[in-house]
Design a protein around this ligand. Structure first.
Ligand SMILES: Cc1cc2nc3c(=O)[nH]c(=O)nc-3n(C[C@H](O)[C@H](O)[C@H](O)COP(=O)(O)OP(=O)(O)OC[C@H]3O[C@@H](n4cnc5c(N)ncnc54)[C@H](O)[C@@H]3O)c2cc1C
Length: 321
């Protein structure tokens, strides 16, 4: 299989973690393919970014200098297809991020390539690439092959692949990419920052999460205080966010965040819908508290109790205060 092209990602001039994770993923199979590891980085003052992303294992970094750092999926699509025509990579790795989702599938459609999104593992089986992704709301994991495809585009899940440890000495050069056909096609209107949050569910190692079982917004502060006391990050199920009781960064699950680094998950009054399990069922130790003995959360729990969550919280507060 030919080489690997990684599309680095930056936000407002700062490299995102997914960029080095993509390079780590590429390095994990690079020894088994016959081709270079090349990186494309797009943005303003892009050479600075290229120097920062110059990590172990990369052979070449191609830069595309832009007048600003605004994200435009059409620019990425054009740049990847144009550079891809010159470099002829066998694998194109993109972050499974809001940005990557904006152009990954379009690139695959344009190239007529193989495609898989939200990939969580990569391997080579002889000359064939095998990508692992979840399906049916994280109930099963499947391995995908791409028979007959000369190019495969993959978007990789964040906080899943380890970045390389050392610096590299890749050659950095500007990519010759003609973007004139995009002039006037789209206009950047505004960049809105997400509300600041000190919560990062993807990095937390211990999460105490609450669900609809807590019944009322007025009950929320005591669980937040308990999480604080126990040294846990405070998470929740989606209805808590939908009701406006907690901001979105607290949400665990399919349309929230995956608790990728969590070792211990304490679920209070959460039923265990597949969409919630998507974000936490892989965790080594799960403690579930739910009065319904048939609640699906017990299918993934390491320890479970059907005690009333308020009774348990009373006892924990007494114990830890
Ligand atoms: C496209 C899509 C994406 C979604 N994404 C997400 C997502 O990212 N994250 C997410 O969480 N959900 C998500 N959902 C919603 C999901 O389907 C469920 O509706 C949601 O997870 C249920 O939240 P819950 O467990 O808090 O509430 P419920 O299902 O209502 O469960 C509450 C539980 O609390 C228990 N309980 C009640 N009182 C007590 C008590 N006193 N003591 C102990 N236990 C008690 C009940 O027995 C019950 O099991 C998504 C849905 C869709 C369609």
């Amino acid at each position: 299989m030919a080489g690997i092209l990684v599309v680095a990602e930056q936000l407002d001039g700062a490299l995102r973690d997914i960029s080095s994770e993509l390079i780590g993923a590429a390095n994990s199979i690079k020894g088994e393919i016959d081709g270079p590891l090349q990186v494309l980085i797009v943005g303003q003052n892009v050479e600075d970014l290229a120097n920062k992303i110059n990590l172990d294992g990369i052979d070449d970094i191609f830069t595309l200098e832009m007048p600003d750092n605004h994200f435009d999926p059409l620019v990425y699509e054009e740049a990847i297809c144009s550079l891809g025509a010159d470099l002829k990579p066998g694998i194109i790795l993109i972050g499974h991020t809001v940005s990557g989702m904006g152009y990954g599938a379009a690139v695959a459609a344009r190239l007529g390539s193989g495609f898989a999104s939200d990939v969580i593992a990569l391997a080579m089986d002889g000359d064939d690439l095998v990508a692992t992704r979840s399906a049916y709301g994280n109930k099963v994991e499947m391995e995908l092959g791409f028979p007959g495809k000369g190019v495969v585009v993959l978007t990789l899940r964040g906080a899943t692949f380890a970045p390389p440890e050392g610096d590299g000495n890749a050659k950095i050069s500007p990519a010759e990419i003609d973007l004139t056909m995009l002039e006037g096609v789209s206009t950047h209107v505004e960049f809105q920052e997400a509300p600041p949050s000190d919560i990062d569910i993807t990095k937390a190692d211990f999460i105490l999460s609450v669900g609809r079982g807590i019944q009322d917004q007025d009950n929320l502060p005591r669980f937040e205080a308990l999480a604080d006391k126990l040294g846990a990050t405070f998470g929740c199920s989606r209805p808590i966010v939908d009701a406006g009781w907690l901001p979105k960064p607290h949400q665990v699950g399919q349309s929230g965040k995956v608790a990728s680094n969590c070792q211990l998950y304490f679920a209070l009054g959460i039923s265990g819908a597949v969409q919630h399990l998507f974000g936490m069922k892989h965790i080594d130790t799960i403690i579930a508290v739910n009065t319904d003995p048939d609640a699906p959360i017990f299918n993934v729990a390491t320890y479970g109790t059907t005690i009333d969550l308020f009774e348990l919280t009373d006892a924990l507060e007494r114990h830890f205060n």
